[in-house]
Structures are given as C-alpha cells and as structure tokens.
Write a protein that binds this ligand. Structure first.
Ligand SMILES: Cc1cn([C@H]2C[C@H](O)[C@@H](COP(=O)(O)OP(=O)(O)OP(=O)(O)O)O2)c(=O)[nH]c1=O
Length: 185
C-alpha cells in the first residue's frame, strides 16, 4: 500500500522514517482551525483530518497521514508564533508551569475509510527568566513550532520533565501510527 505523509514538518518525516515506514511526502495546503471553543483533542484530530483530506482527494490510491500538534495552556491552544516577540511571549507564559501537548493524527485509507486518534503529553517547564529564554532562542528556532519550542532542540534548557511520549511532543505518536497502518482497511 502506498503511504503519503501530508506534512511539511521535518520532525514528522524523521520520526516516521526512523520507524521503518516507506512513504512519500506531499505538503498539505489545508488551513488549520485554532478555535478555543472546540475541545483540544477534537481540534487536533479535526486539523489532522483537514490536512489529510486535502491530499487524499487527489491520491485515492494511497493511505494519507495528516497530523496536528497544539500546545494547550489556560484553556487556549498555542500554535506557531507569528514572530520572535510572540515566541518570547509564549515561553514567558509556559515558564515554571505545566501544559498539555496534543497531537492529533488522521489516516485516510484507499476507499475513504478514516481513522482518527490523538495522544496527550503533560510537559512541565522550568522557571524561565529573560536570559534563559534568550539563551534558548540562540540554540533553537521557535518560529516553526507550536508553543515556540522544540523539545528535541536543547529541550533540557526549558523542560523539567514530561509525562507521556516524547515523540508525541515532537509531532507524531509513531507507535500508534504504525499500528493503524498495519491494521489497514
Ligand atoms: C511542541 C513542539 C512542536 N514541534 C513542532 C511539530 C510540528 O512540526 C509543529 C506544530 O505545527 P503543526 O501545524 O502541527 O505542523 P507543521 O505546520 O509543522 O506541519 P504540517 O501542518 O505540514 O504537518 O511544531 C516540535 O518540533 N517540537 C515540540 O516540542
């Protein structure tokens, strides 16, 4: 079965390739929704489905994978920062506290069967002063990442501990993705 990852995220590509899956990449043109009135897990799964659908429509012979990662704090989703000021504001908000990272995944199989799921990870941040935030931004690029951080890029500067899966924070809960692909439809 042909597999397409409908994502421009280099982290997702890396995680899926490391799991031994052979796939093509087609970046999805879908627009994400960031609506705080929709429950977090529903929102992530819905965005994942929009991304997968936009690619599946012209690739009916493939299993198409879409994913969406959101950082959730104070009852609101944080997507990617608009600019460095926004990135700094996000890390000020996350510092010294805990938040939830949700990655929603949608696989659309040939024939149109849709499988959706999500995984949640609790991330506990260290207290962050302005100097620490600046130090972090020297080591990692926050602009293409939800919540303005990458746990895989010098994460030890900002993260105290996590409860749940590391790869889910990076953008793809790979074990479950592989399980769903193997089950097929
Ligand atoms: C929280 C966190 C997010 N991220 C990344 C994963 C995702 O690439 C990004 C969240 O944005 P997404 O909108 O989920 O994904 P994307 O726009 O990068 O790619 P696409 O929509 O084409 O699939 O943030 C990390 O790399 N590390 C982290 O610790």
């Amino acid at each position: 079965m042909k597999i397409i990852l409908a994502s421009g995220s280099p982290r997702r590509r890396e995680l899926l390739a490391e799991a031994g899956v052979l796939f093509e990449v087609i970046v999805s043109p879908a627009e994400e929704i960031h609506d705080a009135s929709i429950p977090l897990s529903e929102l992530c799964e819905k965005n994942a489905e929009l991304k997968a659908e936009a690619v599946a429509v012209s690739n009916a012979d493939a299993a198409v994978i879409g994913a969406d990662t959101l950082v959730w704090i104070d009852g609101e989703p944080l997507g990617k920062p608009k600019d460095m000021d926004d990135a700094r504001a996000m890390l000020r908000k996350l510092g010294g506290r805990s938040h939830t990272v949700c990655t929603g995944v949608c696989v659309i199989f040939p024939g149109g069967v849709v499988r959706r799921f999500h995984d949640l990870t609790a991330v506990h941040f260290l207290p962050l002063d302005e100097a620490r935030i600046s130090e972090y931004f020297e080591k990692a690029n926050p602009l293409d990442k939800a919540g303005a951080y990458g746990i895989q890029e010098s994460g030890e500067l900002i993260v105290d501990r996590i409860e749940g899966a590391f790869d889910n924070v990076m953008g793809l809960p790979v074990a479950k993705v592989v399980e769903v692909l193997k089950a097929g439809f």
